[in-house]
Design a protein. Structure first.
Length: 398
């Protein structure tokens, strides 16, 4: 029986809840799911890369060998063999006691925000930066400062002006989301030295670092100054995102508080997922599997670059050539706005993410992000042609 209450309960939202906003990307994905839409919008790995057979075998073995243990509550720090495997993957010496297994690397951002950000804290980010990080930081009510960035990474002169009083600098040095750019060795060396001297901590987010095409990226910033960095990694891009498995590597002084925040959030990451990933990885599977992902993504990147060159040659459109990862960054002609263009592009049968969502400061409304990993070569060809047609219509060249 439902009672009609003439006096509705006066729920009062916390102030931090007002800072929470829906993901622009998730909203666009709803549009891109319409039949016939070619989507370059989602940051989703290609399902062709998911090792379904290996996971099927691993699930059976884990349940057969220790089903009750795999289905029970577990340690908040994570499954010990998996933490050891994470250490073995990293290019600097890390103790497993510094590794926290998280429910996706996105949870790592949330935990970092909870233990490091007070209301009004100055948090420094690249221009542009990962939207999910801005969402994770926002409820803690920081002052987010956008640091000027170029093709090599953050501009050190601008960082020097904005760093005083900064709580930390958040970076994605490898094949960045959204731009696909990679911080150069020279810039990393200079940045690491500068932040070590000034005592500015770095939160280094590296979900795409294994997805290089021709050569691996330079050494992580965390390897150069482990005590001054928190490092975030993920299994989503090299195995499967539905597992929601990531990890955070932290200095010993921070680890206890990260662990306490983790315990308050969800007690522990699903131990069954951790065990099956450890089972899949135990015989060097990633060394065999990841090269196949790189080859696929490189071919799809090349298909998109070729399509852009073919379809946009008479338009004042700019784009970059990422050395790895999943994304390509585009800048529209003068006077155009990627948000205004999107409905017209969808009408033509193609979707993307406007770049404005990725800016902490003043956005460049001419920018947009294209993902090249979930569409095949023919879809990429057709989708870029549709995007070019939408641009021509907007410019009156149709």
């Amino acid at each position: 029986m439902t009672l009609n209450n003439p006096h509705p309960t006066p729920w009062v939202m916390a102030r931090r809840a007002e800072k929470m906003n829906p993901s622009v990307i998730r909203e666009i994905l709803k549009v891109s799911e319409r039949p016939g839409i070619i989507s370059f919008a989602g940051g989703l790995p290609s399902p062709k890369t998911f090792p379904v057979g290996e996971f099927s075998q691993a699930c059976e073995k884990v349940l057969r060998d220790d089903g009750p243990g795999a289905l029970q509550y577990a340690a908040s720090e994570g499954y010990a063999p998996l933490r050891e495997m994470v250490c073995a993957m990293l290019p600097w010496k890390v103790d497993p006691a510094q590794v926290l297994i998280t429910t996706g690397s996105q949870q790592g951002l949330d935990l970092v925000a909870k233990i490091l950000i007070d209301g009004g804290s100055r948090v420094l980010v690249e221009t542009p930066t990962y939207l999910g990080a801005l969402q994770a930081f926002a409820p803690m009510e920081p002052e987010v400062i956008s640091v000027a960035s170029d093709d090599e990474g953050v501009v050190l002169a601008d960082l020097a002006l904005k760093a005083p009083g900064g709580r930390f600098l958040y970076l994605l040095p490898n094949f960045q989301n959204p731009t696909g750019r990679t911080m150069t060795e020279q810039r990393r060396a200079a940045l690491s030295g500068r932040t070590a001297e000034t005592g500015l901590p770095i939160v280094e987010d590296n979900p795409y670092g294994d997805l290089w095409f021709d050569a691996p990226p330079p050494l992580p910033l965390s390897a150069r100054n482990p005590e001054g960095c928190i490092y975030l990694g993920s299994f989503s891009k090299v195995l499967a995102p539905g597992l929601r498995l990531g990890y955070t590597v932290a200095p010993r002084s921070l680890f206890p508080k990260l662990l306490q925040a983790k315990q308050a959030a969800d007690l522990h990451t699903p131990i069954f997922n951790q065990r099956i990933v450890a089972e899949v990885m135990k015989d060097g599977f990633l060394d065999r599997h990841v090269p196949t992902i790189r080859a696929l993504y490189k071919s799809q990147r090349d298909a998109m670059l070729q399509a852009l060159e073919r379809e946009m040659q008479d338009l004042d459109v700019q784009w970059n050539t990422p050395d790895g990862g999943m994304f390509l960054w585009v800048r529209l002609p003068q006077g155009m706005n990627a948000i205004d263009l999107l409905p017209k592009a969808v009408d033509k049968g193609v979707a993307y993410v406007p770049g404005a969502a990725f800016y902490a400061g003043q956005p460049d409304t001419r920018t947009l992000r294209l993902s090249f990993v979930t569409a095949g070569a023919e879809q990429i060809k057709a989708g870029i042609a549709a995007l070019a047609a939408a641009i021509r219509d907007q410019l009156g060249k149709g």
